[in-house]
Design a binder for this molecule. Sequence first.
Ligand SMILES: Cc1cc2nc3c(=O)[nH]c(=O)nc-3n(C[C@H](O)[C@H](O)[C@H](O)COP(=O)(O)OP(=O)(O)OC[C@H]3O[C@@H](n4cnc5c(N)ncnc54)[C@H](O)[C@@H]3O)c2cc1C
Length: 282
Amino acid sequence: MRYAEPETVEEGLALLSTHDDARCLAGGASLVSRMNAGQVAPAMLVSLHRIDELATTTESAEGLWLGAMSIHRAVATEARLRGAMEVVRSAASQLAHPAIRNMATLGGSLCLADPKTELPAALVAASARVEVAGPAGRRSLPVEQLLVGAFQTSLGKGELLTRVFLPRGLGGAVGHHLRFSRVSADYPTVSVSLVLAMDGETCSHARVVLGSCGPVPLHVDAADAVLVGSRLEARDVAEAGRLLVQASAPLDDVRGSAEYRRMLIPRLLGRALSQARELAHV
Ligand SMILES: Cc1cc2nc3c(=O)[nH]c(=O)nc-3n(C[C@H](O)[C@H](O)[C@H](O)COP(=O)(O)OP(=O)(O)OC[C@H]3O[C@@H](n4cnc5c(N)ncnc54)[C@H](O)[C@@H]3O)c2cc1C
């Protein structure tokens, strides 16, 4: 196996084009354990650690660009992630445990596309976009279009993810993330990421996204529509939960059966909405 540490995105792209099965190495938390288990054996490993551009955060009037190599701890402590964007900070601060949060990266989480993980769902809730660099130049696309299936992205051959854009979102909106796991630090059985705005006691904006409930983060426009204009009463939450359950295809694994996950969805949704509502009224 060959190993390289390019210093620019362009050098990285050139190295990725040298082997059909060349792979980027980000935090390595997942890739290295899969290599150790003999599940993958790339002929060329392109480390992204020395590419400064990928570790840079920039701010504009519209929002924040986070470099693909931002580790979860840096995202969790990024004070500029406020309002709607806070959903991503909230998820990064709760997921896994300190060793993983100090190692794994935003770009690695998206490119792994593991349905058990929660950061991709939080990024969909935040209406985030990604920038991808490849042999044909750079392009930008919504996170939903990057995540196309379990462990599958729409990245083309020789492409790498450079950064993630988080729009500021509606003024007055709050972002919140709630996870349910068997024990602390385990992957969540179900996670709920949401952005909510209230006009007095009435919900004026809602975007709810679930993790571990399908091959990709689950977002159902009709469920958001039930919440918007409602007072988030029990029957509104139950109807939104019913629509989410109907559209879900939950994982069925050691962390919970599909049936158990379907039972959890409306309960966690209710809890996440009432916590977010409190935050919106602070
Ligand atoms: C023990 C353990 C517990 C975990 N618990 C949780 C949890 O509770 N919640 C949660 O959400 N997540 C959890 N995760 C997942 C973690 O948050 C990351 O999603 C995961 O480890 C991948 O990030 P990484 O930076 O280590 O990527 P790597 O392992 O380095 O790479 C993963 C894949 O993405 C590709 N890749 C990486 N970066 C790029 C890029 N910029 N462009 C193109 N391709 C790229 C690699 O080639 C590889 O195929 C856990 C992981 C582990 C190992």
